[in-house]
Design a protein around this ligand. Structure first.
Ligand SMILES: Cc1cc2nc3c(=O)[nH]c(=O)nc-3n(C[C@H](O)[C@H](O)[C@H](O)COP(=O)(O)O)c2cc1C
Length: 365
């Protein structure tokens, strides 16, 4: 049995335990994308609460790829000093923190909606990027990665999940291109591959670089688990330091049924995994990636489940988001014998109706 509460290595990083705070955007940055003292204090509190690895909420690499109002940026050197304060607060409290970097593509509510192809929904319209713009995105990710290190982050995580630009390119539903960036899976994963290689070249072999990857988009004729296992395999071959397995972003309702079906085999062997939404998918990805460290996120709440995730070999790290909004000191509480996070997954913390764009607060008593 693996002890969740004892230290482990992630690349050259030393984590004090196997718990990860999955990227969680606060939407509290100012209009220039600069984080303020309130958010810096939140991260300090999280680190003091004992979590092993913190993944900073997504940072835009280019203002055109800004997902929502209040999203923080890393597209400019002016973003670095406040992020350096945030990182300093985490380090002073014994924490390790990597920055999640993102471009929202068609989902850029506060930027310029553009992506792999011309796309239209009842709410918005996005235009296709040309080859030059795609190459600018690659460069923007590379420069953003460099700034993350300037700010003192311990590594970076590429956001290739939840229907943002990198996951749009992966999906045949969003990506209808016929050039080298679309068509076959090899072409659709080219952008992710090139972004990863750009970061590796700029940041060096010692820097921890990971990705959050959809195991499935759960949309009709979109990115599937068969494809995500191939992409994960390719990233592992390229030497990525970790993959966080997530899912969804397009057509979530269909997704909940799909993920229940895919988890059947794994669940039969380990009933405690029932609450881990993507357990079955993660099992497939594990087969394809071998020893590359994996983190599993979504729905994990009880110690029994967290323990089953690592004991079954599905993943090396257990990742949670909403539970840490409610209980920043969750790891200390679990170590002291609390059997589960008290988060009920009510989703008020990401509800615009409850908070406007001011996400990341818990409404439960
Ligand atoms: C308020 C809020 C903000 C989030 N921000 C991000 C983000 O910046 N990047 C990301 O990859 N996922 C983000 N997510 C998704 C979570 O990281 C996670 O994948 C999801 O909540 C499922 O995990 P959980 O069941 O432990 O909450 C966010 C979720 C919430 C509720």
């Amino acid at each position: 049995m693996v002890d969740l509460f004892t230290p482990c290595a992630l690349g050259r990083l030393h984590l004090r335990n196997r718990f990860v705070r999955s990227a969680t955007t606060s939407a509290w940055a100012d209009e220039r994308g600069v984080v303020g003292p309130e958010i810096v204090a939140r991260y300090e509190e999280l680190a003091a609460g004992g979590v092993g690895l913190i993944i900073k909420g997504h940072l835009y690499v280019d203002p055109r790829g800004k997902a929502h109002a209040g999203m923080a940026g890393i597209s400019d050197n002016g973003h670095v000093p406040a992020l350096a304060d945030l990182v300093g607060g985490v380090h002073r409290n014994g924490g390790v923190i990597v920055a999640q970097i993102n471009h929202a593509g068609c989902e850029a509510q506060a930027g310029e909606r553009m992506g792999p192809s011309d796309l239209e929904t009842p709410e918005w319209r996005a235009r296709a990027m040309d080859d030059g713009e795609i190459r600018e995105v690659i460069r923007a990710f590379g420069e953003a990665g460099r700034r993350c290190l300037d700010a003192g982050f311990d590594g970076v995580q590429l956001h290739a999940a939840h229907g943002y630009l990198l996951s749009q390119f992966l999906s045949r539903l969003a990506n209808r291109r016929t050039d080298e960036w679309g068509g076959s899976l090899e072409n659709r994963m080219r952008l992710l591959r090139e972004v990863y290689l750009e970061l590796r070249t700029r940041l060096g072999d010692d820097t921890v670089i990971g990705a959050k990857l959809n195991c499935d988009d759960f949309s009709e004729s979109g990115f599937t688990v068969d494809e995500s296992t191939e992409v994960a395999h390719e990233l592992a071959e390229l030497g990525i330091d970790f993959i966080e397995v997530s899912g969804g972003g397009f057509g979530l309702e269909a997704g909940y049924q799909a993920r229940a079906r895919a988890a059947e085999d794994t669940l039969a062997a380990h009933p405690a995994l029932a609450e881990a939404s993507f357990a079955g998918h993660c099992a497939r990805i594990r087969e394809a990636t071998g020893p590359t460290p994996l983190a599993l996120v979504d729905g994990l709440r009880t110690v029994a489940c967290l323990q089953a995730v690592v004991d079954s070999g599905l993943a090396d790290l257990v990742s949670m988001c909403r539970p840490f909004i409610r209980e920043p000191d969750l790891v200390k509480k679990l170590a002291a014998g609390q059997p589960a996070a008290t988060c009920t997954s009510c989703d008020a913390c990401s509800s615009e109706e409850v908070f406007g764009v001011q996400m990341m607060r818990c409404t439960l008593d």
